[in-house]
Design a protein around this ligand. Structure first.
Ligand code: CDP
Ligand code: MG
Length: 692
């Protein structure tokens, strides 16, 4: 009956009522770029058309891209400038084409062209696309490197990678000598690692110049944005505007504020599907769970429609082979709807989209200086983001964007998104910078983090024992070791401490599982059966030991794929976790942390977890609720935790999630003795167990 419910729900864009005013996106967008203004390369340049013959073998699709016609002009500018800022509408071909142009012109010489992406899913998907266009196997001339996965070889010339991976490489070689080109893509997103790379790459370029080493060319690429700030930071670098094709988009705002955007989203999808001409639908939601649940509902409801509606999710953690479907064009008699996180905002362009539904929400990492923790929080998008989403409807022809919020609500949104560096935990970045011999306080940031955020990071590193004092901020031997691991400093500390607690094997498994995506399949169809099945892995000690049980079971399966399916375990994520485990285990060996096991004595494991997570402890209150020991913030146990229905006095957690309320997730029971034994100073200071 899901169908009836959807169709009867209040429709924010009810056609029978007077339609909200139609706004012309092209004229309305303050950032619409005009051709023939200085610095704008027009896609109609004639001289460049002559070159097309050289690319007879290149796919028809590639040739149609606006960027293709300006190839030689672009190459000229790339040759002339050591730093270049390239701005172009999403989908015009920056990420897939510019690296190929450079390579075809042999500009990279003996070096590699790095193209950074803030998101793993984009690095993988775009490199695969480029490999296909170049007709090479992925991992040969074109490859990708993301955390725990390196698909490159000595012959790789175009290397798509996450910004975090390039930052880690800088720790080994601050001059980044391997690279002759570094393209920092999606710069407008201002991810924390891209922001740090701005400074690192700028410095590397300067140092290479001063020491007469082979030069480093830097290209900053972005969707439309305010460029003055960027250009100024990069020594008044030249800015090139690429003209993209942007067709007009009608914007329909909800007439009234929507109390439940998921419900509004469902009714809008079906309104479009049943009433509007052909064209695919792209819906912006916030995260995996939400997307999967809407996918499920839409699938059920669409069974009752005459016209076929294919439903696809799109988020970072989804299996790569399923992503191919998203890019496949719909047959004429079918429509597809893609429910995506903000990965489809600018990173990935999906062909065929004519309708965009913007929930107005996004899941973002937000830092709370008071707790020193990042939490994932669903929040409102900025106007800039909303414009980007709108633009996705007008890539191939005129389209429509359904905004699930009113015009007034739009006007009250912040104009732009705050850079991550100004709103996230900096402990990890600071540790890596210190390892590079750079003090975050004096680092050349494009936007300097607040004093409070810097201090909170210093405090965390000091508490973990990674730096000697808050004033000198020199890395201790432990800190140097911690920087070797591609992990949050708390997890690195736990791995290093596992040597003392003789539980390296167990901690390796837990940390790997925490670094991978969820191992449990909570199938909506058989939720109860799945829950029942998962119970055999549950540990009364909490989720960490439960994860360990799952891992042991996985390793004991004779036919892993089949047994995973029978047990509602995610085979792919478990396999990936084993891969992570292998790599972390190697780093352990290199750092004098030999493998050891505590066997059944899992108290050791929980003690070891306290050594890095002592700042992440919650205490039960008289009213049966929890507060965080550190910040006194009220939290609840997340319903997905095995400890959900219990009330342990002290619990340690890996994560804080903020949805309608603040929840803690991935928990272990700890006790007062353990806490006082392992972090006595910290808990003395926080007056643990002393009731007011
Ligand atoms: O980076 P930018 O947003 O400028 O565009 P791009 O990612 O280089 O994409 C260029 C074109 O390739 C877009 O029009 C996409 O639709 C297309 N593309 C595709 O069809 N399939 C992919 N897997 C990736 C890109
Ligand atoms: Mg791109």
């Amino acid at each position: 009956m899901a169908n009836m419910k959807i169709m009867n729900s209040p429709n924010p864009f009810n056609k029978n009522k007077k339609r909200p005013a139609v706004v012309h996106f092209g004229d309305n967008s303050p950032k619409k770029l005009k051709a023939n203004t200085p610095g704008v390369i027009s896609a109609d340049g004639n001289q460049d058309r002559a070159n097309v013959g050289r690319f007879a073998l290149i796919s028809h699709e590639r040739r149609k891209l606006p960027i293709f016609a300006v190839q030689s002009r672009l190459l000229e500018e790339i040759k002339k400038n050591s730093i270049l800022i390239i701005i172009g509408e999403t989908g015009c071909g920056k990420t897939t084409q510019i690296p190929q142009f450079i390579h075809e012109a042999k500009l990279e010489k003996n070096g590699i062209i790095a193209i950074t992406q803030p998101r793993r899913v984009a690095a993988v998907s775009l490199s695969k696309r480029v490999a296909k266009e170049m007709n090479v196997q992925i991992g040969e001339t074109v490859g990708y490197t993301i955390r725990f996965e390196d698909v490159t070889s000595p012959s790789t010339k175009l290397k798509y990678m996450t910004d975090g991976m390039l930052f880690r490489e800088a720790m080994l070689d601050e001059l980044l000598m391997k690279y002759s080109f570094i393209i920092l893509d999606e710069a407008h997103e201002r991810s924390i690692n891209t922001d740090v790379l701005f400074g690192i790459v700028k410095k590397a370029q300067k140092l290479r110049f001063e020491t007469s080493k082979p030069p480093l060319k830097v290209i900053i690429m972005s969707a439309t944005m305010d460029v003055d700030h960027f250009s100024e930071y990069f020594n008044n670098a030249k800015v090139l505007y690429l003209e993209g094709r942007q067709y007009p988009v009608n914007i329909l705002n909800a007439k009234q504020p929507q109390s439940d955007y998921l419900q509004s989203c469902l009714s809008t999808i079906f309104q479009i599907h049943l009433e509007e001409p052909p064209g695919d639908i792209l819906v912006f939601l916030t995260g995996q769970d939400e997307i999967e649940s809407v996918v499920h509902t839409v699938k059920l409801a669409s069974k009752e429609c005459k016209k076929v509606l294919r439903v696809f999710p799109l988020y970072s953690a989804m299996p790569m082979h399923l992503m191919e479907n998203v890019f496949r064009l719909s047959p004429p008699n079918e429509r597809k709807v893609i429910l995506s996180t903000n990965v489809a905002e600018t990173s990935l362009t999906i062909p065929g989209i004519k309708y965009v539904v913007d929930s107005g929400h996004v899941k973002a990492r937000v830092f709370q200086p008071s707790t020193g923790l990042d939490l994932l929080k669903v929040q409102k998008v900025s106007q800039e983001q909303s414009w980007q989403r709108t633009g996705r409807a007008g890539r191939e022809s005129a389209g429509t964007c359904y905004r699930l919020f009113t015009k007034e609500q739009f006007n009250s949104l912040p104009k732009s998104t705050t850079p991550e560096i100004l709103r996230c935990n900096l402990a990890s970045v600071m540790l890596q910078l210190l390892h590079l011999g750079i003090d975050a306080y004096s680092f050349d940031f494009m936007d300097k983090p607040s004093q409070e955020t810097l201090e909170s990071a210093v405090m965390q590193l000091k508490l973990l024992g990674a730096i000697d004092s808050k004033e000198t901020r020199s890395l201790t031997p432990l800190g140097k070791k911690m920087a070797q691991f591609p992990l949050d400093p708390r997890l690195s500390k736990i791995l290093i401490s596992s040597k003392t607690y003789n539980c390296v094997e167990e901690i390796l498994s837990i940390v790997s599982l925490l670094s991978a995506e969820s191992v449990f399949i909570n199938s909506l169809n058989n939720r109860e059966e799945a829950n029942e099945c998962h119970k055999k892995f549950f540990s009364s000690e909490g989720d960490h030991i439960t994860l360990l049980n799952v891992y042991h079971a996985f390793k004991s399966f004779k036919t892993p794929k089949k047994s995973c399916a029978e047990n509602y375990l995610n085979h792919r994520n478990l396999t990936f976790a084993s891969e992570i485990r292998k790599q972390l285990s190697q780093i352990c060996q290199q750092n004098d942390i030999p493998l050891s096991s505590c066997g059944q004595n899992t108290d050791m494991v929980r003690k070891c977890l306290v050594s890095g997570y002592f700042m992440n402890v919650a205490e039960l209150q008289r009213d049966k609720k929890y507060i965080l020991v550190d910040s006194k913030q009220r939290v609840r146990i997340h319903p997905s935790s095995v400890l959900h229905k219990t009330l342990p006095h002290y619990i340690l957690f890996s994560e804080v999630v903020h949805t309608s309320q603040c929840y803690i997730r991935q928990l272990s029971i700890v006790d007062l003795d353990m806490l006082n034994e392992i972090a006595p100073d910290y808990f003395r200071q926080h007056r643990l167990g002393v009731k007011e």
